[in-house]
Design a protein around this ligand. Structure first.
Ligand SMILES: [Zn+2]
Length: 349
């Protein structure tokens, strides 16, 4: 699977530590509509639980689907180790319980929130989760036709990016309300029934929708990056912010443990800035052994790098963009991030 624009796996940060038995010693944490059960003993970073709550509240709002009667139960596993899902994967089980790492939480939360709809075909189930997760995925290398996507019976046979791309197209053409109507009508459908419900939900037949998709061939990235973060401080033509990469800080999110054992636990901190004039910008972060990523909230761009004192240069459209810094939890450090427009003439010098 390709790496998302905003969460590329970072190299070069092997842990010294142990990946042995981690005993759960947190109590269950009750949020509003979400019960969190951490399956590790490390402290939870300052901003994490608020972010989980916000993500659920956002999902309720964006899908128009109210909260379930019972809270979602989230078993927060350190690694992608299976938990209640069987071998080597995260999941939502038959009772709607989530077993997931923090890395994959926003994706699995979509499945858990929509668990009341049963037997949704993989293209729609996974395509919608891809579109609504806190990530930015590149456009698929190959667009599949809606007929090919609808025919897929098992998630392991699905091209997730192609499914996400089609679901994004449906949202843009018909709006979220009709897309969710399609979702509700697609419960437990055969291939023929799945085609037939398009007209009732969207007002166009499956053939009409497919023809429009073939005509437009959309190649936009897919995802819903969370841009509800503090604003960077304006500084001349650019912006700056000091990130406190400390798990106690109220803006830090973590711990992340990596999908497989071997990384030192790390945290994330993010901020946003608003560009008035499209152009080339350099984003520089000063800190030890960090990962820096920049993603446009409209999904138009994404880039990342890792190391000590790093920078990325990228073209940004006007609008809002998110800077994310990942750093080892131990030891805490300050990471200074500066965004500067590149001087127009500099390339010619
Ligand atoms: Zn999924």
């Amino acid at each position: 699977m390709p790496q998302p624009l905003s969460r590329m796996r970072w190299p070069g940060m092997l842990a010294l530590g142990t990946a042995g038995v981690v005993t759960a010693c947190h109590e269950e944490i009750e949020l509003d509509g979400l019960d969190v059960v951490p399956e590790f003993s490390q402290p939870i970073c300052g901003g994490t639980l608020d972010k989980m709550q916000q993500r659920l509240d956002w999902l309720v709002q964006v899908t128009g689907v109210p909260r379930a009667d019972r809270p979602i139960r989230f078993y927060w596993t350190p690694h992608d180790s299976g938990g209640g899902c069987g071998e080597g994967s995260t999941c939502v089980d038959r009772r709607g319980r989530v077993y997931s790492t923090l890395e994959l939480f926003s994706h699995e939360l979509v499945h858990a929130h929509l668990h009341r709809y049963e037997e949704i075909r993989p293209w729609l189930n996974e395509g919608l989760a891809f579109m609504l997760e806190d990530n930015a995925w590149p456009a698929p290398a190959t667009l599949l036709s809606p007929s090919e996507l609808l025919a897929v019976e098992r998630p392991e046979d699905l091209d997730y990016l192609a499914a996400g791309s089609f679901v994004r197209f449906l949202r843009e053409e018909y709006g979220m309300e009709r897309l969710m109507r399609l979702y509700a009508l697609s419960e437990d459908t055969t291939y023929a029934q799945a085609r037939a419900v398009f007209e009732a939900a969207l007002g166009n037949t499956f053939e009409e929708v497919s023809a429009r998709y073939a005509e437009l061939q959309p190649t936009a990235p897919v995802g819903s990056p969370d841009c509800d973060y503090p604003m960077m401080v304006r500084d001349g033509d650019g912006w700056r912010r000091r990130f406190r990469a400390d798990c106690d800080d109220p803006d830090s999110i973590g711990p992340y443990f990596g999908l497989t054992p071997g990384l030192a636990p790390y945290l994330e901190a993010a901020a946003v800035f608003e560009v008035e004039n499209a152009g080339t910008y350099e984003v520089e972060a000063r800190g030890a052994n960090i990962r820096l990523s920049v993603v446009s909230c409209d999904l138009s761009r994404g880039q990342g790098t890792s190391g000590t004192d790093v920078a990325v240069t990228l073209f940004l459209e006007a609008g809002r963009h998110r800077v994310t810094v990942d750093a080892d939890i131990d030891p805490p450090q300050d990471v200074d991030v500066v965004v500067q427009p590149q001087a127009a003439g500099r390339a010619a010098l």
